[in-house]
Design a protein around this ligand. Structure first.
Ligand SMILES: Nc1ncnc2c1ncn2[C@@H]1O[C@H](COP(=O)(O)OP(=O)(O)OP(=O)(O)O)[C@@H](O)[C@H]1O
Ligand SMILES: [Mg+2]
Length: 417
């Protein structure tokens, strides 16, 4: 008999169904029927995925105070709009059938379509994958540091990746060691970055030892690349720039350059010399997600930055093709959404549609259409492109929404207790 009355749940919007889970059993012994066999990274704590009211949650057994702390940090990160897993709650007061105390748990929403880096490697993707993951991680670190978050344990295992057009978007999964400050000092940032570099080299060497890494891949070079990419991006976003006061177009140029990189300038410091001959500008507040915010405003679609970029380009070409350059952008976007985007997604057979996120599916269909149009030497109609994509590409893709090749109930091979 479960000792429910002792359970204490701290959650923003508790789902009563959560009470029905077998809390009086240690997480490691939960029966297969309640578990969802999704890919998972390596961790010290026991983590399990569970289906609950039509969604999947991640449960991690962890000390009580650490659980509350991580819950709070994840909530703050969410408010700051940094990509991280979404906290659901903390459960304490667990006891087993003999009244023995069981560890507290932190519950988060399972990040749909997310891929731990090991899953990406065991699928033997191209060697360029390593660098694309690193580039995504560099963006994530810059975004965290911009809001004053010191991670303290950056590693590939503590990051989840989702496809974003031909690149990846990185999400923070493990906030346990993190700390939120008003701003970070250069020393704190450097320390976080250095730890990241060391951890990543170690993780890649582990993969190499397990023969999961292409022999071409140079672990140290990849670690160094993280540092380079981070610094490059950080400098572009935050550097001070000075120019003669006649060159004021450079203010707009700087903003445009940041937009190109996917960032918006929230606040820009502009100062002039006493004699007014030179101007200095320095971005003060930069927010990521320039394209995805624009797409969200126009269409209500909430997608990754590079997917948004691609969709906005398609919207532009729709606008040109339908000769509506003078129409209100919002109206055109509305029609594009119905006639092009939704229509395309719906023309993919339902059973296969769930293999990829809708925006990623659309992106791949556009790619495929371009590819077969080039081969054919003329524009292939969308309907034909979808049919060809489904037959030649999608059919052969693993299902990334759920199992990545694992059958339900099948033991996860990475599951070493
Ligand atoms: N919400 C989630 N969505 C998807 N995967 C998750 C989620 N939460 C945890 N995971 C998976 O579980 C793994 C372990 O989680 P986490 O890193 O929080 O555990 P940990 O024991 O604190 O790790 P560490 O050993 O770094 O301290 C992650 O690498 C990730 O693959
Ligand atoms: Mg971890």
């Amino acid at each position: 008999m479960q000792n429910l009355q002792k359970l204490q749940i701290t959650a923003s919007a508790p789902d009563p169904a959560i009470l029905d889970l077998p809390w009086s059993i240690p997480l490691a012994e939960w029966p297969d029927e309640v578990l969802a066999a999704l890919p998972r990274g390596i961790s010290r704590h026991i983590v399990r995925f569970v289906r609950l009211s039509g969604r999947v949650i991640a449960i991690k057994e962890i000390g009580e105070s650490v659980a509350y702390r991580e819950f709070e940090l994840l909530r703050q990160l969410r408010k700051l709009e940094v990509p991280s897993v979404v906290p659901v709650g903390v459960i304490t007061g667990r006891q087993d059938a003999h009244g023995e105390r069981l560890e507290a748990v932190l519950v988060t929403e399972h990040l749909q379509f997310s891929l731990p880096y090991r899953a990406l490697y065991s699928q033997s993707l191209q060697p360029t994958t390593a660098t694309r993951l690193i580039d995504a991680l560099a963006v994530l670190m810059v975004r965290l540091h911009l809001v004053g978050f010191y991670w303290g344990d950056v590693s590939l295992s503590n990051t989840l990746f989702r496809r974003d057009a031909e690149t990846f978007a990185a999400y923070l999964v493990d906030a346990e060691t993190g700390d939120l400050h008003r701003t970070l000092t250069p020393g704190q940032r450097a320390y976080d970055l250095d730890l990241a570099r060391t951890n990543i080299i170690g993780e890649l060497m582990d993969l190499a030892a397990g023969e999961l890494l292409d022999e071409e891949v140079d672990e140290v070079a990849i670690g160094d690349r993280l540092v380079e990419r981070y610094q490059e991006l950080w400098n572009t976003l935050t550097d001070e720039e000075s120019f003669a006061s006649g060159d004021r177009w450079r203010v707009a140029a700087r903003i445009e350059r940041l937009n190109e990189l996917g960032f918006d300038v929230g606040e820009l410091d502009i100062t002039t010399d006493i004699d007014g001959t030179s101007v200095r500008i320095q971005p003060k507040v930069v927010d990521a997600g320039h394209h995805s915010r624009r797409l969200l405003r126009l269409t209500g679609l909430d997608v990754q930055e590079n997917q948004a970029r691609r969709l906005l380009n398609d919207l532009d070409s729709y606008r040109a093709a339908t000769d509506r350059q003078n129409d209100d952008e919002e109206f055109v976007a509305h029609d594009w959404l119905r006639e092009v985007y939704e229509h395309t997604i719906q023309s993919v057979p339902r059973t296969m549609r769930r293999k990829l996120e809708a925006a990623q599916l659309f992106h791949e269909i556009l790619d495929h259409r371009w590819f077969i149009s080039e081969q054919a030497g003329h524009d292939v109609p969308m309907a034909e492109a979808v049919a060809s994509y489904v037959e030649h590409v999608l059919q052969h893709r693993p299902d990334e929404k759920s199992l990545l090749g694992l059958a339900p109930g099948e033991k996860d091979p990475e599951d070493v207790e």
